[in-house]
Design a protein around this ligand. Sequence first.
Ligand code: SAM
Length: 330
Amino acid sequence: MTNTPGPGPAERCLVLEPAEGIEGWFIEKHAPYTGHVYGVKKTIYKARTPFQEIAILDLHYYGKTLVLDGKIQSSEDSEWIYHEALVHPVLLAHERPERVLIIGGGEGATAREVLRHRTVRAVEMVEIDIMVYEACKRFLPEFHGGAFDDVRFSLIVGDGRRFLEALAGRPTYDVVIIDVTDPLEGGPSYLLYTREFYEVVKSALRPGGLMVTQAEDINTQPELSVPTISIYRTARAVFPIVRYYRCWVPSFDGEWAFVVGSTGPDPAALTPEEVEKRLKERGVKGLRFYTPEVHASLFALPKYLKDMLENYPRGFVIEDGRPVYVYSGS
Ligand code: SAM
């Protein structure tokens, strides 16, 4: 019998060992009795802005990570999963997306993905917090990948809702991507998840236009899934076609959801052949997550999730006067 060495004690209990190079622990609380703990290699940047608290941390396993108000926004290890999943299903569902609006998206990775499509002639990004943009530009260049310097890109510093309201219903965009922070009570984004806001987004879309929003995490316990269920039901109160999809994002410690509201095309109806054809025609290259097969799989929902989305009684249509909030951790 050969004596194959098994994992040493440090490998078996990696998380419990006082590993070398730990500056401290970062705990993201998801709900009053649960959360995720990350070992911090190094704090790269920290600041308080008029809107939120920013931290850029280097985390063991997850790499450079943007944290706003104690919530992970994206990490080097898997930001590409989140951003490819957010952008490509809607962009490919549109026959010819030329003008795209991003609301939020301070890291620049959403813009990076949009700019892969050569049909796109203009990407405007409305970000409320110039300090997030500046910190990401400086410390997270891999995330924007040069998008901020693309001639098709422009930055507008301001509130995404006010920006769209100022369009006063002029159909302007083929696709609107809402990549804002979680709806925290007193935070800058909770009014970007309401029925009234989705009405404004719809009025800014050209015929056949689509919007997509990040739609929070999914848990098998429905009481922890009220925000995601409610975002879905709110989009359904406004758009004729609504699709819910999700993918696993390791640094978010779970499955993340996205909701599409469409005035015409149905992203769930795109065949793998059509996805392949459009990717080629548009010259989309360099993807690490999204493929024609993955497109189809994103929209396949397990039974418990469908039941929860349709039937959980505490899910509701979010309104300005009745917002949804996620747990702040304090
Ligand atoms: N991927 C992220 C997530 O779901 O956790 C979102 C990332 S992105 C960094 C979020 C951005 O939305 C932040 O930079 C924040 O400043 C911006 N934001 C929040 N509220 C906003 C608003 N009302 N208008 C425009 N941008 C907003």
